[in-house]
Design a protein. Sequence first.
Length: 555
Amino acid sequence: MERKLEAKKKKKEREEGRGKPPLSKAELLRLQALSAIPLKELKIHLVKVKSNGRQTFIASEIEQKRIPLKDISIKNTAAEIIEACKGATVKGKFHESYLLPALSIKPVLNAESPIPREKLNPPTPSIYLESKRDAFSPVLLQFCTDPKNPVTVIRGLAGSLRLNLGLFSTKSLVEANGEHAVEVRTQVQQRADENWNHAGSAQTWPCESSRSHTTIAKYAQYQASSFQESLQVSDQKATGKIIKFGTNIDLSDPKRWKPQLQELLKLPVFMRVSSSDNMLSHVGHTILGMNTVQLYMKVPGSRTPGHQENNNFCSVNINIGPGDCEWFAVHEHYWEAISDFCEKHGVDYLTGSWWPVLEDLYQANIPVYRFIQRPGDLVWINAGTVHWVQAVGWCNNIAWNVGPLNSYQYQLALERFEWNEVKKVKSIVPMIHVSWNVARTIKITDPNTYKMIRHCLLQSMKHIQILRDQLTAGGKKIFYQSRVKDEPAYYCNECDVEVFDLLFVTSESGSRKTYVVHCEDCARQNSPSLSGVVVLEQYRVEELMSTYDNFSLVR
Ligand SMILES: [Zn+2]
């Protein structure tokens, strides 16, 4: 018995390489030399063939050719991309755009210069629906999302669809949730086409307003008394008055606002708050005011300053009434010119409050769409359209964003994603996270949209693989931690850039231990060697590879 055990032990030692006599110096050198030779393998592909009715195999050698990283395109497989990354020597930070200029699909706009004055005031595309059925026609979606149409008004849509807008009247809102929070902007009432400086001596772009908070019930009282007052004052077009605008009222809670939100399901699918072809329905979490409804309560003169929507997404706005709103809109093509005006006037284009001086725009050859939105009218703001709005009467509006999956929307969203990074402004839509989610779940039928998304995934994979290799080469361990349900996308604590897949995490030891996510740059800024930083990986490389390889154009 004991002998047997001894024999077993010997065998085990042999297997583990222990118990062997020590290697001679010569043998050791030979082994070292062997290990210095890079391991090569030759892939052999067995091909089944039939010859004379008998099955045989022929072996075909597949030469291992590594494609240089610069030659990698969306035509390559995920394995080829990863191989190319491993073969590339990237010194320092790898930073390439997620967009490919060759894939751009922006429309070529009227190159007339100068544009004659009458064309600087183009008529706003207004759609009158003949029947309820027309609202659900694919032609309407096509028209609204056409890159040449910055804005579309669908006249009387609420009436055509028999929407009960009364659910959003001030009376109903007070009855439903009177104590609900309202953000208030205090502003100076002015004519819609004017914006005076504080001294009242000249027109200008900045239009700061102070912020405070109240409740729906209290704002309702203010709105009603403002209306009563106007009946007594003979001068209807009072200007210079201090007014309050009730804004960004959150209607996201499905229990609290059930009848209201249910009513909006009567809208055509592409306009709904949530739908499968809406990129915002693939974020995986709530983005208040974007994939949820917001309400605005207004008195005459209430101003929504100039802006493009977050990440250039489309927006839907319905006027509940009883009063009208006046809108101004400019095609995305001109946003940089408008941004330059803002800079000249010392107001930040992306984060500041500004009201364009119309004459400045005309002088700069920029066409401005201007129109009245009456109760029941739905305004569709196409991707990237710059717009600003002023209430003409007493009214409420509801609004939200949508991201129809087309190439124009996708391109503009990514462009703004990258511009935000340059300007250190947070991209409210985490586009890399959304792109992978879309690739995983949606069948894309449009070739341009498909190519753009695939290119973004390719770039994302390159970033991840190169960063992985750099970290590993530097001896930094990467810990896999799978994502959990409803886990949000991550942003860098310092610079607000989206951090996808590879998270640089530090723990703040305060009263409660919290974890903070950083991007690589900011993590290294605090700790060049990344000591005290844990690198977490949220997806296995194989997972991303299979998503990439399975993402295909559906015809
Ligand atoms: Zn950062």
